[in-house]
Design a binder for this molecule. Structure first.
Ligand SMILES: NC(=O)c1ccc[n+]([C@@H]2O[C@H](COP(=O)([O-])OP(=O)(O)OC[C@H]3O[C@@H](n4cnc5c(N)ncnc54)[C@H](OP(=O)(O)O)[C@@H]3O)[C@@H](O)[C@H]2O)c1
Length: 263
């Protein structure tokens, strides 16, 4: 089999949809390992090759995407040592787990470490990709896979934990930021749907503005803040209440937890 997905949860299903939609792989090239019988039946009815024996994936699948939680690795991969993964590739998307750690389960296999995020569900994921071995013949294919669900960005492995707050975990931080503003607007009597649209459409278009503009972020902030105006009045409250320190602590805790997951 060309490609196997081990675990078809949030991320596994997003990757599956991406590679099918973009015609990178056909259903017949894909083998799904699913331990839950109802889910397995559902994917079988959809025409996928499915198995509830993880060994079927280990036997001869050329690329295996590990889409299970980091805490499950030891249990689910306990039989992988029986196989040789020469000329085959393992893609791990598990938070925190290093290439060195994952490699110990896959004798002679190439390992690529990736960190996608949940906008992958709508083909707008942002994924960091790294491999320790520059001769890895599967690196380009891995970029193709993650470009099929958004954009893939190469990064060195020693910055994977530090970049996690910026993409893998960022959706939750942004959702929380938006929620705080929406909840406040609702308290002020604005209809929830109206508040949600105003806030999220503005976050979306503002992100596009930063990406498309030749001005830096500081200039774009200044452009919204006229002297003595409304925006600066609010922004000063973020400065006074230590917003930057809260973000600093949030990023550090996220990175620290990522490093702990491999211990
Ligand atoms: N969610 C994110 O935002 C995000 C972002 C980047 C990276 N990741 C990484 O992606 C990986 C998957 O996360 P997720 O959010 O997709 O988790 P998830 O939705 O919980 O999916 C995990 C998958 O593992 C399966 N599974 C559970 N127990 C199993 C077992 N004993 N044997 C085999 N399979 C088992 C689950 O099957 P059932 O559904 O049948 O229980 C499910 O398909 C994690 O390593 C995470 O670090 C997640």
């Amino acid at each position: 089999m060309e490609i196997g997905i081990l675990g078809v949860g949030n991320m596994g299903s997003a990757i599956l949809n991406g590679i099918i939609k973009s015609n990178l792989y056909k259903k017949e090239d894909i083998l799904l390992y699913i331990h839950n019988q109802d889910k397995l039946n559902k994917y079988q009815e959809l025409g996928y090759n499915v198995t509830n024996d993880v060994n079927d994936l280990f036997k001869d699948t050329i690329i295996i995407i590990l889409a299970i939680k980091p805490q499950m690795f030891e249990e689910v991969l306990k039989d992988s040592h029986k196989y040789d993964f020469k000329n085959r590739s393992i893609i791990t998307i598990a938070a925190g787990l290093t290439i060195k750690y994952v490699s110990k389960f896959f004798k002679n296999g190439y390992v690529v470490r990736c960190m996608p995020n949940t906008p992958a569900k709508i083909s707008k994921g942002v994924t960091t990709v790294c491999a320790n071995d520059t001769t890895n013949p599967f690196f380009k294919t891995t970029l193709d896979i993650f470009n099929s669900i958004g954009v893939a960005i190469e990064i060195s492995e020693n910055k994977m934990d530090e970049s996690l707050p910026l993409n893998g975990s960022m959706p939750a931080y942004l959702f929380y930021f938006a929620k705080c503003f929406i909840d406040k607007a609702v308290k002020e009597g604005i209809d929830y749907e109206v508040a949600k649209n105003l806030c999220l459409e503005t976050i979306k278009s503002s992100a596009e503005l930063v990406l498309e503009s030749s001005d830096n972020i500081d200039t774009l902030i200044d452009n919204v803040c006229s002297k003595g105006g409304t925006t600066i009045a609010g922004l000063e409250k973020l400065y006074d209440n230590g917003f930057d320190m809260a973000i600093d602590a949030c990023s550090e805790a996220c990175t620290k937890r990522s490093k702990e997951l491999c211990k």
